[in-house]
Design a protein. Structure first.
Lengths: 429, 145
């Protein structure tokens, strides 16, 4: 198969402008700015079936099309690089290895939509990556790839890097906007959607880093070519992040629609120590967990949705048969309780309540009633909150309890674990 | 603060970068700084405090010269992250959120830092350190002693 977004990752100095230019970099932006209309660029992205690769999987071209063109207010592009979904680490590599591909994608999006200012919001811990992107922007500004009159055309674009400060919720697009405006990251009620009322009350496109880094390839080789790389309605490849109990954890650029089993066994080196596969989180901690019997699922947004989970952020966390599912549910619940922003009561109170129940079950203090109450408590968070965080609590924690119920029952009945535990003898809950 | 504010179309948007800059220079964000930032950006000081308390990378108390932020989320936990946390507690004689009496070390337990491929991992000041073992932790501590 053909590598697209990660193709340059092993080139020495891949992050430098000269290396990027030597590899044909900024060719797509030049082509667009000099030979295509903005509408043609948008049309090509629509044809490519490029989906939002941050988590929601929303068609990118369609999202751009939602920006009202007759609004007198300025328009913005906000790039979501607040990569915080547990199991996800792909944007870090793009920022580090190919920052100019991101910048070129930004130019193309801004040209298509008529935007002259873009903010790139990067999680505060990615200090090195922020420096690298900052350096790339400076190089691009000096050499006329950003700033006034890009590449000798009349198109102006300013790109500003904004460093986050450590809050998972700011990866949610409206919380990210609040954060960027200098406030605490509380998600906004929608509608209005950011396309109409976004940053500073103006129409705003919000795209993930990886989504934008794909756009130069779409324009260079055409939307139809790009669409064919993936599967139906899911264009292109995707950078999957595989971690957990596999022999070769890391990033794998693979076509959307690749079977999960193939990804684990043939690409990520299979399960460690010759152990058996037990469960997989297919799209970041917010997605429903899959059992070993479910791993023939195809890894595109639509197939995963049909399987009752989601493609999410592409973070694949693999667990072998030494894993206690009550404990992993507890780790997930602890994450949600810790990262709930506190704005909506069902999520703020529910996530803490779920965590406390799972903690006592895990420690052998569970009650018969706990397992009866859990589905109701878990189910009442999702759908009752401003943002999708509540839905994630329901989908994620609910799936452990539903699919591995016997382990929860065993913990309550026998007051201990029935799996051999090797690597987590200690626990600090 | 002027060059930072100049990048933003609304003044208040410069709040996080301004707070980051102050913290980098002074190690903490003091009450005096909160007041100065509020005055400069034309926002209530309580808003500045609210933002500082919301984001865990912003702090009003100093941390150690060497700060460990150890990940406790799924991928790290699956590969022994919790053991590393217990070991650090024992080795440094402090609990998460505390600093050693000599001011050299502090540590916090954090959620996913986006480096699950090198689990179990932690951030040591600016750098990510992966495939953590007790030996590796000992080496880093020795380096900063």
């Amino acid at each position: 198969m053909e590598l697209v977004t990660t193709k340059r990752f092993n080139t020495p100095n891949s992050h430098k402008l000269d290396t990027y230019l030597a590899d044909g970099g900024y060719g797509a932006a030049r082509k667009a700015l000099t030979t295509m209309t903005p509408a043609q660029v948008m049309e090509e992205v629509k044809k490519s079936n490029l989906r939002g690769l941050g988590g929601a999987g929303f068609p990118a071209g369609m999202k751009w099309g939602f920006i009202p063109q007759n609004n007198p207010k300025p328009k913005y592009l906000v790039v979501n690089g607040d990569e915080g979904e547990p199991g996800t680490f792909k944007d870090k590599y793009i920022l580090e290895k190919d920052p100019h591909a991101l910048l070129e994608g930004i130019i193309l999006c801004c040209y298509a939509v008529g935007i002259h200012k873009a903010y790139v919001y990067i999680r505060g811990e990615y200090i090195q990556q922020i420096r690298i992107l900052q350096g790339a922007i400076e190089e691009a500004n000096q050499r006329g790839f950003l700033g006034k009159g890009i590449m000798g055309t009349g198109f102006d674009l300013e790109v500003v890097v904004h460093r986050g400060a450590g809050a998972y919720i700011c990866g949610e697009e409206s919380a990210l906007l609040e954060s960027l405006e200098g406030k605490k990251g509380y998600p906004r009620l929608k509608p209005p959607f950011p396309a109409v009322v976004g940053l500073f009350g103006c129409p705003t496109v919000i795209n993930n880093v990886e989504t934008l880094a794909c756009v130069p390839h779409v324009i260079a080789k055409g939307g139809e070519w790009y669409a064919k790389l993936g599967c139906e309605r899911n264009g292109g490849n995707r950078i999957f992040c595989v971690s957990g109990h596999v022999n070769k954890p890391g990033i794998y650029e693979l076509p959307l629609g690749i079977p999960l089993r193939e990804m684990i066994e043939q690409h990520a080196g299979g399960i460690r120590n010759g152990n058996q596969l037990k469960a997989v989180i297919p799209g970041g901690i917010s997605s429903a967990i899959l059992t070993a019997a479910e791993v023939d699922v195809k890894m595109d947004f639509d197939s995963l949705k049909a399987a009752g989970t989601m493609g999410g952020s592409g973070g694949v966390i693999v667990m072998d048969d030494t894993t206690c599912m009550v404990w992993t549910a507890l780790v997930a619940a602890r994450f949600f309780a810790h990262e709930s922003c506190g704005q909506c009561s069902p999520c703020r109170e529910g996530s803490g309540w779920i965590y406390r129940i799972l903690r006592r079950i895990y420690h052998g203090e569970g009650r018969e009633q706990d397992l009866k109450n859990l589905p109701g408590i878990v189910g009442n968070v999702g759908g009752n909150t401003i943002c999708a965080f509540g839905d994630a609590v329901t989908m994620s924690v609910g799936s452990y309890v539903q699919k591995f119920r016997s382990e929860f029952e065993y913990h309550i009945r026998e007051k201990k674990c029935d799996v051999k535990r090797e690597n987590y003898a200690q626990t600090n809950h | 603060m002027d060059p930072i504010v100049a990048k933003y179309d609304k003044k208040q948007a410069a709040l996080l970068p301004v707070l980051h800059a102050i913290q980098e220079k002074e190690g903490i964000i003091s009450q005096e700084s909160e007041k100065a930032v509020a005055d400069y950006l034309g926002i209530p000081v309580v808003h500045v405090r609210e933002v500082i308390s919301f984001y865990h990378l912003l702090r009003r108390k100093p941390q150690g010269k060497c700060h460990f932020a150890v990940c406790q989320t799924t991928s790290c936990a699956l590969l022994g992250g919790e053991e590393m946390i217990e070991y650090l507690k024992q080795k440094l004689g402090i609990q998460p959120g505390e600093t050693t009496p000599d001011g050299k070390f502090s540590f916090s337990v954090v959620e996913c830092l986006g480096a699950c491929e090198i689990a179990p991992m932690m951030q040591c000041n600016e750098d990510y350190v992966g495939q953590l073992t007790k030996e590796k932790i000992n080496e880093i501590i020795k380096e900063y002693q």
